[in-house]
Design a protein around this ligand. Structure first.
Ligand SMILES: *Cc1c(COP(=O)(O)O)cnc(C)c1O
Length: 305
């Protein structure tokens, strides 16, 4: 066996070893609510990129994983709520590529309860979970708080995985849609995906983001990310704030009926927290006459149920 000294630790694997299915497939659906307006509806199947790092999670994590490996870090540390897809994807990436992972979870009350299925999956992938109270969690970006949470050699990825590297990674999604879309709809949590997607589109194309959280802080956050990643506002993008349905992971009989109807029309089960709200919003816009006849509407399927 090779002698590996502690000041020359073996690096973690390059994320290319995970063989993502890129570019993701683009498929057309016949949906009469779009067809009767002269619109085409296409699905950008980012949910098929990788079974453990689906959708925008791959696009956002990949540049961060490469940076972490290049820096020689052996441990990734990141943040999320109790049902965070980002925590799950980071835990899986750690297992597959040979990083240790630490997940800082919002809510110290969770420490005394059995893990929910999402956190149990993180733990099974080897993630060390650290539950912090909400006040501390809110201050997690402050240097003293961060220093108390993160070992000095950890590579820190922000909540939701959204930073400049992630936005740069998502420009590839926009580039894959050049020439095939007029309008692109995407669900927004932290807005990192929209920030990059819009920057990757070409002139004449535009993106519409559908926030799934209530609050209206997202515009500022997306501008901040675009400033950091690209040096200013990029691409044509807007937000439609009408479809969060009361807040994160909140559902309604109306949304459930929409998703059930979509499954029976097309045989596709929609992820509820993000994708169903976005498609419900986009379908409503189509029926409101928001798009001119002939418009190619592409909907980004950012994740699977
Ligand atoms: C994380 C996630 C999003 C949100 O992406 P942001 O870049 O945080 O806006 C959207 N859809 C799905 C399925 C997700 O898991």
């Amino acid at each position: 066996m090779d002698c590996v000294t502690s000041d020359n630790p073996p690096g973690a694997a390059d994320p290319a070893a995970l063989r993502p299915a890129l570019p993701s497939p683009l498929t057309e659906l016949t949906d009469e609510r779009f067809a009767e307006r002269g619109l085409r509806l296409l699905l950008k199947r980012d949910d098929l990129i990788h079974p453990d790092l689906p959708g925008n999670k791959w696009r956002k994590l990949e540049p961060n994983l490469r940076a972490a490996a290049a820096s020689g870090a052996r441990t990734l540390l990141t943040f999320g709520g109790a049902y965070s897809n980002h925590l799950r994807a980071t835990a899986a990436a750690g297992r597959l590529l040979g990083f240790g992972t630490i997940g800082v979870v919002r809510g110290d009350e969770l420490a005394d309860r059995p893990l929910n299925p999402s956190l149990a999956r993180c733990a099974a992938d080897g993630m060390r979970l650290r539950f912090v109270d909400r006040a501390t969690y809110r201050r997690k970006a402050e240097p003293e708080v961060l220093a108390s949470l993160a070992p000095p050699d950890a590579f820190v990825i922000p909540e939701g995985g959204s930073n400049a590297a992630a936005a740069l990674g998502c420009t590839e999604l926009g580039r894959e849609l050049r020439g095939v879309a007029d309008v692109v709809g995407v669900a927004c949590g932290t807005g990192g995906t929209l920030a990059g997607l819009a920057a990757g589109l070409s002139a004449g194309q535009r993106a519409i983001g559908f926030p799934v959280l209530k609050g209206g802080f997202l515009e500022t956050e997306i501008l901040r990310l675009q400033n950091e990643a690209f040096g200013g506002r990029r691409g044509a993008w807007t937000l439609d704030d009408r479809f969060h349905g009361g807040g994160y992971a909140k559902t309604s009989p109306e949304l459930e009926a929409f998703a059930a109807d979509f499954a029976s029309r097309h045989g596709i089960e929609l992820e509820r927290v993000y994708v169903a709200k976005m498609l419900y919003g986009l379908t409503t816009l189509a029926q409101e006459g928001a798009f001119a006849p002939g418009t190619r509407v592409v909907t980004v399927i950012t994740g699977a149920p």
